[in-house]
Design a protein around this ligand. Structure first.
Ligand SMILES: O=C(O)CCC(=O)C(=O)O
Length: 284
């Protein structure tokens, strides 16, 4: 058979297109383009956050709780992590139970609208905010990308309520419309709202929105799972490629494989030996 002629690349714009021969960019299905996603996105853009209720049923919540509770141990090492808050890091290596949160189509539909194709998961964490915890310092999540504000968000976060989030047990504090602010403005506690929501709901906010964990004055912990996402050309907060074995990644959905780093930002950001990283998963 005659050899295929090499692909001609004579326009720099071509380098921004998907050059992969086999592993093309992950293409979202219709579940990520529904009218519900459009409606959530309109609220997210207007307010900087949106609460979506009823994405998990009672059994879903119970099975996530059962999987993550045995992982809870240490309390935070400083007041930002929360000295009365238990955080589980490297969660995807420890359980598959939250995969379905990280790649939930209603959330990824929003990320499709915020970010370039093949956006990444930046981190995943379990947060158990225990009795006596005080309010966390308000902060935006993508401030460590040191690009002046106001600007488009470079990341976005979800906080999944595994317990009901109430006014007293530490429901996340959010500053509405603060995603539009410049670098010169800081919020006061009076500008916050409490993101109360029943278990099974998710709070989604963009990386420029000021927020923080709330105060827990009850006798019970407030269990949550957070997943954060970022543009595909940015460094993730968590080094998933160092944390996750190839077998663990093989067990993930194609969307999650792509988000933990088995994907390419065109033309070759993320390559392995000059090839698409998914080829590593094909090798046994
Ligand atoms: O637990 C929460 O409600 C928010 C936590 C948070 O924003 C953080 O740890 O950065």
């Amino acid at each position: 058979m005659p050899a295929k002629p090499p692909k001609a690349i004579d326009d720099p714009e071509t380098l921004n297109s998907d050059l992969a021969a086999k592993h093309r960019a992950y293409r979202p299905g219709p579940e990520r383009t529904s009218p519900a996603v459009e409606a959530d996105f309109a609220v997210l853009q207007r307010d900087g956050y949106v609460i979506i209720e009823g994405l998990l049923d009672h059994d879903d919540v119970a099975s996530i709780r059962a999987a993550v509770t045995p992982l809870l141990d240490r309390f935070g090492r400083n007041t930002f992590e929360g000295t009365k808050t238990q955080r589980v890091y490297n969660v995807l290596a420890k359980t598959e139970a939250i995969d379905r949160l990280a790649d939930h189509p209603r959330v990824l539909g929003l990320m499709d609208r915020l970010f370039l194709p093949n956006f990444l998961l930046s981190q995943a964490q379990v947060i158990n905010l225990c009795p006596g915890e005080t309010p966390q310092m308000l902060h935006p999540d993508d401030g460590f990308y040191r690009i002046p504000r106001p600007r488009a968000p470079l990341g976005a976060a979800t906080i999944w309520a595994i317990d009901d989030f109430t006014a007293d047990n530490g429901a996340t504090l959010v500053v509405p419309e603060s995603h539009e602010w410049g670098d010169d403005r800081r919020p006061s506690p009076a500008e916050t709202i409490k993101a109360t929501m029943p278990a099974g709901s998710v709070l989604v906010f963009v990386g420029t929105t000021w927020h923080g964990g709330g105060q827990n004055t009850t006798e019970s912990p407030r269990l949550a799972v957070t997943c954060q996402y970022c543009e595909p050309y940015l460094r993730q907060q968590e080094s998933f490629l160092l944390e996750l074995s190839r077998d663990r990644v093989r067990a993930m959905s194609p969307a999650l494989q792509s988000m933990v780093g088995y994907s390419i930002m065109p033309p070759f950001m993320g390559m392995v030996d000059g090839k698409h990283p998914l080829r590593l998963l094909e090798q046994r």
